[in-house]
Design a protein around this ligand. Structure first.
Ligand code: ZN
Length: 126
């Protein structure tokens, strides 16, 4: 995943990639200190795992929003062709609710899973 730390020389954010899901895994992979070069000031510094953190995925948040925006009309079209007219008029409120709730639930699940990922990395090691 995308991991970050603050440069000790210029305080800008350094980004690097690693397959570790927790700080413990990161330490097993890289050792107690990780040597990173800042892309802003080009200085090399050593960082301990507790100085490394991750952030919520921007891509996941955007795709969650996109899913909500595209999923809603697609679901509406699907209902238009698959739900009998009489049933639709009879349970209008229920369908309207489902129309919003289903894509919203999916995008919520995506963002919750991402939050769990971020928390498990950032909180595990002390
Ligand atoms: Zn720097």
């Amino acid at each position: 995943m995308r991991l970050f730390t603050k440069c000790k020389s210029c305080n800008s954010e350094i980004l690097f990639r690693n397959s570790s899901n927790t700080r413990v895994e990161l330490e097993m992979d890289k050792g107690e200190s990780i040597s990173l070069i800042c892309s802003h000031c080009n200085k090399r510094n050593d960082y301990v795992v507790n100085e490394i953190y991750t952030k919520p995925s921007k891509i996941l948040r955007i795709s969650g929003t996109l899913f909500f925006l595209t999923g809603t009309p697609i679901f509406a079209i699907w209902m238009y062709y698959n739900v009998p007219r009489e049933a639709f008029f009879h349970f209008k409120t229920g369908f309207m609710f489902g129309l919003l709730a289903v894509p919203l639930a999916v995008s919520q699940i995506l963002s919750n899973r991402d939050r769990v990922r971020v928390n498990s990395f950032n909180n595990y090691y002390s």
